[in-house]
Design a protein around this ligand. Structure first.
Ligand code: OOG
Ligand code: NI
Length: 465
């Protein structure tokens, strides 16, 4: 990248804002959801100046309002690879592998997202991207037809493709190219109220699985939801009906806690939208919805194993009612430590370490001294936010929007290797990424303490984010 190039972080920021504007226009209910979330967030911050201060200190306040994720579904390896290259222009790399087949959804997925501290704090926009597993269509003739339809479509405009190539060749885009790129890239994700197939084909694909029809029958991978970040998801869920929004039955993920972990999510049900089919028949399609999320601390493998076990225990008695479900979750999650000190000491969660400016340490320090330095007040640790997704929650979100006639589960194994082949590169392991960021923050903090006895360096706290 040269000085004339716009940073990928800026392009991502422009793109996420343009996407939000487009979706608000396309789905007015999403606008209503955004207003509700903004007013709940405001109320939470007004009621708790301490929370405001902590969020601000952790670099979470500035990104609260830009925070969102979206989701798309593509049909072929070629499409997935092309979008991987498109997202790379915006500094979004494939992180994590999610297999949805066991939950009866014939896709596997990754999240394209920024990976380093600075990029995440600038704008963490992520896109949950699913690849249809055509091999899960049982009828060979229908499978072949789906493949042909997908092979014939072009989901990225020629202009966008040319700009992706320019980016790859020069290592960046100038301001004018970046603006054009955002404009053109956006077209890939817009809604089409005309299907590319006749009603009969749509219905056959719909019968195989509603998701298959959604991926195969349209010109491109329309953005199917966007998700703002809230500070109180229980309150948003409670107030959704008051503003005319019909929420899904339960909030997915962990229960409400003092120290929020991972990710809690809920959504409103997909809208039924009019579609014109290629044979001039009129019909409807339900695909697009809105979602909200509340993010907590990222967990280590140990913490995640505990989460998965407790979630499994709680789910054994499925409650239809959110209040009952949350009460049961809360009871089961009593076994999950709920204070930062224990989460850190027991290696359940990831933290950023910071040297306390001015702290004096006499002798050389290394990683064996962390607990002593923490106790002494020379070192502090702040929670690292979870930036990824949860397969069980994602399955719940998918299912609430696919109606009740969904499949109960595909027997096929997860196939990360096949997914990575379609993607053209391996996905980054999300847990390894958190571990690396924690380690880097610790090394920097220790070097700071060891080097100068904790002397205050300008800009130190900015770098620590
Ligand atoms: C993706 C559903 C998963 C999430 O937040 O877990 C998801 C989809 O419906 O395509 O977005
Ligand atoms: Ni989502």
């Amino acid at each position: 990248m040269s000085a004339a190039h716009v940073s990928s972080d800026d392009i991502r920021d422009q793109f996420s804002k343009a996407m939000s504007a487009m979706y608000q226009q396309e789905v007015p209910q999403y606008s209503a959801l955004l207003s509700l979330v903004a007013s709940v967030n405001e109320a939470v911050l007004a009621a708790s100046p301490a929370l405001r201060e902590t969020l601000d200190a952790h670099g979470e306040l500035a990104r609260l309002d830009v925070e969102r994720h979206g989701a798309i579904r593509v049909g072929t390896p070629k499409e997935l690879t092309l979008l991987r290259r498109m997202f790379a222009v915006m500094g979004m790399l494939p992180v994590g592998y999610y297999d949805l087949a066991p939950a009866g959804v014939p896709v596997h997925s990754t999240a394209f997202r920024p990976v380093d501290d600075a990029a995440l704090s600038r704008n963490p926009f992520r896109i949950f991207t699913s690849l249809l597993r055509l091999e899960l269509i049982e009828d060979p003739e229908l499978r072949q037809r789906a493949r042909e339809i997908l092979d014939a479509r072009r989901i990225v405009t020629p202009q966008a493709e040319a700009l992706i190539e320019t980016f790859e060749r020069q290592g960046g885009l100038d301001a004018e190219q970046a603006a054009q790129f955002v404009d053109q890239a956006l077209k890939t994700f817009r809604w089409h109220d005309q299907a590319t197939v006749d009603l009969g084909t749509y219905q056959r694909l719909q019968q195989a699985h509603r998701l298959i029809a959604d991926v195969v029958c349209f010109k491109g991978p329309h953005i199917n939801h966007l998700t703002p970040r809230t500070l109180d998801i229980d309150e948003v869920q409670r107030r959704m009906p008051q503003v005319g929004i019909d929420p899904k039955a339960i909030i997915e993920g962990p229960p409400r806690r003092r120290c929020p972990i991972l990710l809690r999510q809920t959504s409103f049900k997909a809208l039924e939208e009019p579609i014109a089919f290629a044979d001039a028949a009129q019909g409807h399609h339900t695909a697009r919805f809105g979602e909200i999320e509340q993010r907590g601390i990222a967990l280590t493998h140990t913490g995640r194993a505990l989460y998965d076990r407790l979630l499994g225990e709680a789910k054994q008695a499925a409650e239809a009612d959110n209040a009952a479900h949350q009460a049961r979750l809360a009871a089961v999650f009593d076994a999950f430590p709920d204070d930062e000190a224990t989460l850190r000491r027991e290696g359940l969660a990831f933290f950023h370490y910071h040297a306390v400016p001015g702290a004096q340490v006499a002798e050389p320090v290394d990683e064996g001294d962390v607990e002593r330095l923490m106790a002494q007040g020379a070192l502090t640790a702040t929670p690292m936010t979870y930036e990824d997704f949860l397969p069980v929650s994602a399955a719940g979100i998918f299912q609430s929007n696919l109606g009740d006639n969904g499949q109960s589960g595909y027997a096929q194994d997860a196939n990360q290797q096949q997914f990575e082949q379609a993607l053209g590169v391996p996905v980054t392991d999300e847990v390894a990424l958190y571990a690396k960021r924690q380690q880097a923050s610790l090394e920097q903090a220790l070097a700071q303490l060891a080097g100068n006895g904790g002397a205050n360096e300008p800009g130190f706290f900015q770098q620590q984010r």
